[in-house]
Structure formats: C-alpha cells, structure tokens
Design a protein around this ligand. Structure first.
Ligand code: B12
Length: 217
C-alpha cells in the first residue's frame, strides 16, 4: 500500500511535468525513482505507462492538444534512450531477438520497453520500432537469424495486419519462436487469438521478464 502511494506520487509528478513539457524534471523523477529502490520494470510499468495512458485519456477527451500528446511521448522516449546505458546487462547470454511492430502500427514506446527488458537479460536486441514493411522484416530476419521475434500491436484495427504478418513469418520461418503483446489484446477475444497459431501472448513487462528468465535457463 505504502509502495503504491510512493509510486503514485512519482507518476503524478512525472505526468504533470510531461504535460508542462519539462523534460529535465521528468528525467530527474525517473532517476530518483530508480534510486529509491525501484526496478526499471517498475519505472516503465508503474510510472511511464500509467502516465502515458493518462495522456491518452486526456487527448481522447480533448483536454490536451495533439501537440502536447506528441511532446509527452517524445519526452518519454528520450528518457528511455537516456537510461539505456544504465540498464544494459554485462552478462550476455548470446541470444538474439528482433523487436518490431505490426505493419502500419505507429505506437513504439511499449515495444522499446520490451527491447530493454531483453537487453537487461543479456540478449542482443535488434529494435526496429514502427514502419517496417513485412518484406523488409523478412529480409532482415534472414540476415540476423534471431532466436526469437517480439511483436507489438496497440491498435485493435491492425489485428488483420498482425494475422497477415504471422502467416508470412510462420511460412518463412517455421521454427521461429514468436511472442506478441500490446494493449490491442485487451480488446481481442480468445477465438481471435486462436487464429494466430503457435505464438505466445504476454501482457506486460513483469510477465515478459519471467518468460525470458525461464527461456535463458
Ligand atoms: C503516443 C500515442 C500515439 C502516438 C505514438 C507515437 C510513438 N512514438 O509511439 C501517435 C500520435 C503516432 C498515435 C497515433 C494513433 N493513435 Co495513439 N496513442 C498514444 C498514447 C497516448 C500513448 C501510447 C503509449 O506509448 N503508451 C504507453 C506504452 C508503454 O503502453 P503500451 O503500448 O500498451 O505497452 C505496454 C504493454 O502493452 C506491453 N507491450 C506492448 N507491446 C508489447 C509486445 C510484447 C511482445 C510484450 C511482451 C508486451 C508488449 O508493454 C508495455 C509496458 O507494459 C496512447 C494512449 C494509451 N493508452 O497508450 C494512444 C492510443 C494507443 N492511440 C489510439 C489511437 C486511436 C490512435 C490513432 C488511430 C489516432 C488517429 N485517429 O490517428 C493513431 C493510430 C495510428 C496507427 N496506425 O497506429 C488509441 C487506441 C485505441 C484502440 N484500442 O485501438 C489510444 C489507446 C488512445 C485512446 N485512448 O483512444 N498515438
């Protein structure tokens, strides 16, 4: 309970400063959260994600402008990049993961966090973000030969693009382990996920971290 309210204070402070476009205050909050005994995953899940979901609600209800939403996202992405050197693990496990969004998906903050969790667990991570066409992805996978691909889907109406992407991946790389996540799955029914074939759906970074640790054994 105590811990929850501490996180809430940081999250509210972070959100206020995002909305006021105060990048350096946001950065200070992120660093002091980590120094007060919280993990990077807690920072991502309980501060950054909660604040950006709130930004989404404010944007959806026209309480903030598109510009403010863009700045809030850009600040968060810049802090993720700033923290990267700090989170990278010295213990390498010599596994490779390609991390990408479904074609036509424009949301890349969540999947960047996913890439970081793999890095923290010693994986060599190839973060493609948004905007990679399927044919270029296939070409890249042939080049990198990863152990696993992680895919993100945020917007529900891109689900058919996900099915198309999975179909191509599963034909071209039958043995490749595929993990998928993203907030679109809050709106996808079980009979739809059944159509995805042999893939693993993971809902958040805590679960992803456990999955990677089991996989690393
Ligand atoms: C920023 C933002 C944008 C930016 C994105 C810029 C960028 N660089 O990423 C821009 C402006 C491009 C954008 C565009 C649009 N957006 Co937008 N956007 C957002 C906003 C405010 C924040 C997104 C974010 O970063 N969230 C924080 C991250 C950390 O959360 P996350 O993505 O869920 O990721 C977490 C988990 O899902 C998980 N995860 C994610 N992927 C994966 C993958 C794996 C393998 C695993 C294990 C886990 C995992 O890990 C993360 C940590 O837990 C959200 C609000 C919201 N609720 O998120 C709306 C939101 C996602 N957008 C929305 C919409 C509707 C749109 C547009 C259609 C708007 C429009 N009319 O044009 C377009 C869509 C374009 C497209 N084809 O994708 C809706 C989606 C509704 C829905 N259910 O489908 C939301 C929810 C806003 C709202 N409330 O209406 N958006």
């Amino acid at each position: 309970m105590m811990n929850e309210s501490i996180s809430e204070n940081f999250t509210n402070g972070f959100l206020d400063n995002l909305l006021n476009c105060n990048r350096s205050a946001c950065s200070d909050i992120a660093h002091s959260y980590l120094s007060s005994n919280h993990s990077v995953i807690q920072l991502y899940e309980d501060v950054f994600k909660v604040a950006l979901y709130e930004v989404g609600k404010l944007w959806e209800t026209n309480k903030i402008s598109v510009a403010t939403e863009h700045i809030a996202t850009a600040i968060t992405e810049s802090i993720l990049n700033e923290l990267f050197e700090q989170i990278i693990s010295n213990k390498r496990c010599y596994r490779k993961v390609v991390v990408a969004c479904v074609e036509k998906e424009q949301h890349q903050v969540g999947i960047k966090m996913v890439a970081d969790v793999f890095e923290m667990n010693g994986w060599e991570t190839f973060f493609l973000g948004t905007g990679i066409p399927n044919n270029e992805l296939i070409r890249y996978l042939h080049e990198i030969k990863p152990d696993l691909i992680a895919i993100s889907l945020s917007v529900y109406f891109n689900f058919t693009n996900l099915l198309k992407m999975l179909d191509i991946l599963q034909k071209e790389f039958p043995g490749l382990q595929i993990v998928i996540g993203g907030q679109a799955f809050n709106h996808v029914s079980a009979d739809m996920t059944d159509r995805m074939g042999n893939v693993i759906v993971l809902t958040d970074l805590y679960i992803l971290d456990k999955f990677i640790q089991t996989y690393n054994k």
